[in-house]
Design a protein around this ligand. Sequence first.
Ligand SMILES: Nc1ncnc2c1ncn2[C@@H]1O[C@H](COP(=O)(O)OP(=O)(O)O)[C@@H](O)[C@H]1O
Ligand SMILES: [Mg+2]
Length: 387
Amino acid sequence: MSKILLLGSGELGKELVIAAQRLGQYTIAVDSYQNAPAMQVAQEFEVINMLDGNALDALVEKHKPDFIVPEIEAIRTERFYEYEKQGYTVIPSAKAANFTMNRKAIRDLAAKELGLRTAAYRYATSAKSLQAAVAQIGMPCVVKPLMSSSGKGQSTIKTEADIQKAWDYSQEGSRGDVAEVIVEAFIDFNYEITLLTVTQRNGETLFCPPIGHRQERGDYQESWQPASMESAHLKTAQDMAAKVTEALGGAGIWGVEFFVGDDGVYFSELSPRPHDTGMVTLANTQNFNEFELHLRAVLGLPIAEITQERIGASAVILAKGHSDNPTFSNIGTIAAAPKTDFRLFGKPTSRPYRRMAVVLTYDVLNGDVLAVTQRAKELAAKVEVKL
Ligand SMILES: Nc1ncnc2c1ncn2[C@@H]1O[C@H](COP(=O)(O)OP(=O)(O)O)[C@@H](O)[C@H]1O
Ligand SMILES: [Mg+2]
């Protein structure tokens, strides 16, 4: 039995812990608040501020885990290098976790070092330098804090008048002590995908069938699998995913994000862990869902192949407001629907737009992905989070 220290205890962590329990592993779920989803199913839990390096050191020292498995970005990841030196295994690797928590590190690696095609980009450290950067990139363009996720602090500049607003907004949404932003050319893509990629300690890199998704306010609303795409574009995406995951190193599942436009495939960003859009795999669209795949890669268990077993979709259920006792209405409607499943995350509190649950729909392999996605969306809209 291995001891897994899970840093972050949301709905993705919860599914990972459930997968770990099924294989008889020992898990310690960590987050900044009590009763987080993954804590509800782990053997132990810890409540700490994971951006506090000393608190993180103390935790690792206390539990001496076999695997340190990050579930979120907001962690003092610089400390991971030291843990690796001490002989700990960080998933997928200290470098992967550290590079991906800062958009600059990962973007420069992808675009400059590896030569992957990305949107044109610049950096800015003030409203004034943002103006200069926008002049170089052109409008429309997208501004994002270097340290942020889920669309926080992110906005699109369409006219000169948006520049100051975009700067101010970026500073509200930035996490940590970094004021810098990235400015990217707006890619007028036809669709975007997540390519779940699995790197193994002793084995080849594997790819899941591509997942399509739709974003609103920087958070995904629906995802579906497979996303239909030209095989040449898929091959390009797989090549890019193989390159970037190899450069970052280690074993685990990665959510590699791409935009696909008339002129081809752009690398956007990646998560070195299960991806929220990958919750579609909870509809048993594959022989192993993304959490089972991650766990196998973490434990060093070989994965012979990844196969698509049926088509599926996921649609999120968001809270409308604050509550200390959120409950759901109309779950019976979803439970009664054929070829449908759902997850209620068990989050102890809600706030506006917080993801509380997900609806999963599926059909046979040659079914209609669009119809399955529409069904997930319509069913999710029937549920309300009661405050
Ligand atoms: N350069 C861009 N052009 C067009 N759309 C973009 C661009 N950058 C981001 N987006 C949209 O915003 C979403 C969130 O951006 P992303 O860089 O993935 O940030 P996060 O780390 O918050 O997920 C993307 O999935 C995409 O829909
Ligand atoms: Mg993203």
